[in-house]
Ligand binder design. Structure first.
Ligand SMILES: [Zn+2]
Length: 513
């Protein structure tokens, strides 16, 4: 197949642009002009001045959770508690007897008047239907009395918080480990539910130009979900999968190392958590605030046992202290993970002390960030991290210091939409306001690199994915225009036209209008 009459951006600095691209089977055969025209009957696709980029790789997505959340009641954008309750009441009427009412997306910081949610408020609109509503950042869970009854008062877990009223009774809000423990015990979806939702989710993702994801839902059994989708032929993207750090001994016993799998689904890395989040005010900060989920010492042990088993670690760190301790742990374990060439990463790297910024590059720890978080968190960050936002979402500083940046959506926290993420990285705004901390804007080339080349490197695929070079897999996206020819304010207008995975069109095959 020959794609011609367009602008092909290869992402390879020595040959950045070609006018055409030849594809043979699942791989790129080369630019056009040499022997490709001698192919028997090449299938010619007229790009009509459109632009081809390597397919997008979302470096941080909770895919099955996001896919399932497409079917939940969504509380994003609710302006008050009453506003949220109104939506919940309507959804509660639809729930079949014996089922859970599941929802997501609330953020009490967005509500006016300022108020924390309670079980009593929820009881009034849900009655006996058990209801579990995740906060937008997934670090707080709002439950009604029917839901709480499942736990029989057994709610406390180390590393978590049970919010209580003056009388000591649970208010209905659980945070961190308490929230996740409750969800995992009582509100966990079945594998069938996850497979059904993810099948639809794959279609949504590929329509947005996605050809690969680094998934974070290993704890939820995502590996089983992907395998079922692959068996039925509906897995049309490549997966680099996390597994919980707690399972390192089982993985070691089975000799399952990073890279195990096939071209579509691979075991990637261990996932651990240092702290909470900005929105829940549980990010662990140098000023002493926040919640510690994993200590520096424990993380160092995880990194060592992971390295012995051939598995790199990705650790969630939001607060400046959490990030410092994560970097400390990677530094003191270098002798374990550097010689085997493991590629560790810090997820989010959201608030950094200035002196810690150069450590990412120095150590060789990647910053797995979410460009879209900066503009969507700006009000909360200005409020909760006032005086510290110079080192918050400091993507440009990280790049200038030589760090490897990978971009993800953190869906369902933000929408799974890589192009929206690229725009957020370049513009640092998603509304009418001026850029937030414009000095941290990245260039379009840097944003695209963080969404294609760098995630492929993290998955040890730098010789077969992420660029459009001969011998590489033909994973690509066709855009309606060349974003590199546009003024940056125009970038959000760019549309995905079509997506190809391994030489097959997965979304909107040509010809195009
Ligand atoms: Zn996440």
């Amino acid at each position: 197949m020959i794609l011609e009459n367009g602008t092909v951006r290869t992402l390879e600095p020595t040959l950045p642009v070609t006018r055409a691209l030849a594809i043979a089977g699942e791989r790129i055969a080369g630019g056009v002009g040499t022997h490709e025209t001698a192919l028997a009957t090449p299938d010619r696709v007229d790009l009509g001045s459109r632009c081809v980029l390597p397919g997008f790789n979302d470096s941080h997505v909770h895919f099955p959770t996001w896919a399932l959340a497409q079917r939940h009641i969504r509380l994003e954008g609710t302006a008050s508690l009453d506003d949220a309750l109104e939506r919940i009441e309507a959804a509660a009427r639809e729930v079949q007897p014996g089922r859970w009412l599941r929802g997501t997306g609330w953020r009490s910081g967005d509500w006016s008047p300022t108020v924390e949610p309670t079980k009593e408020a929820l009881d009034r609109v849900t009655g006996d239907t058990p209801a579990a509503l995740m906060a937008r950042d997934y670090h707080s869970l709002w439950l009604n009395s029917a839901a709480l009854a499942h736990a029989n008062g057994d709610l406390e877990v180390a590393g978590g918080v049970v919010e209580r009223d003056e009388r000591g009774a649970p208010t209905g809000v659980l945070r961190e480990e308490c929230a996740w423990h409750f969800r995992d015990l009582y509100v966990r979806p079945t594998e069938d539910e996850l497979v059904e939702a993810s099948r639809d989710g794959v279609r949504i993702a590929i329509a947005r130009g996605v050809t690969a994801v680094h998934d974070k839902d290993g704890w939820l059994g995502a590996l089983g979900v992907w395998q079922r989708l692959r068996e039925e032929g509906s897995l049309q993207l490549r997966v680099w999968q996390s597994l919980p750090a707690e399972q390192v001994d089982e993985l070691a016993a089975l000799r399952i190392r990073s890279g195990f799998g096939d071209d579509l689904v691979r075991v990637g890395y261990l996932k651990a958590f240092m702290d909470g989040t900005l929105g829940s005010q549980t990010a662990r900060m140098l000023d002493g605030s926040g919640v510690q989920i994993t200590s520096r010492e424990t993380l160092a042990e995880i990194i060592r046992s992971g390295a012995a088993a051939g598995l790199p670690v990705a650790v969630h760190a939001i607060g400046d202290l959490a990030n410092r301790e994560a970097l400390d742990a990677f530094e003191e374990t270098r002798d374990a993970w550097q010689p085997p060439g493991l590629r560790p990463r810090i997820e989010h790297a959201q608030c950094l002390a200035p002196e810690d910024i150069p450590r990412f590059a120095r150590l060789g720890v990647a910053a797995s960030v979410q460009f879209s978080h900066a503009p969507s968190d700006r009000d909360l960050a200005d409020r909760f991290w006032s005086g510290k936002t110079d080192g918050a979402y400091a993507y440009r500083s990280l790049l200038d210091a030589g760090a490897l940046l990978a971009n993800g959506s953190d869906a369902p926290i933000e929408e799974l939409d890589p192009w929206a993420g690229v725009c957020a990285g370049v513009l640092r705004t998603i509304d009418d306001r001026a850029a937030w901390h414009p000095e941290q804007r990245v260039t379009l080339a840097q944003a695209v690199q963080a969404t294609t080349v760098n995630p492929a490197w993290l998955a040890r695929d730098e010789h077969r994915r992420g660029k459009l070079l001969p011998g590489f897999l033909a994973d690509l996206v066709v855009l309606d225009r060349d974003p590199f020819e546009l003024a940056s304010e125009e970038l959000p207008r760019v549309q995905v036209v079509a997506t190809m995975l391994g030489g097959h069109w997965t979304h909107n095959p040509p010809p195009w209008e």
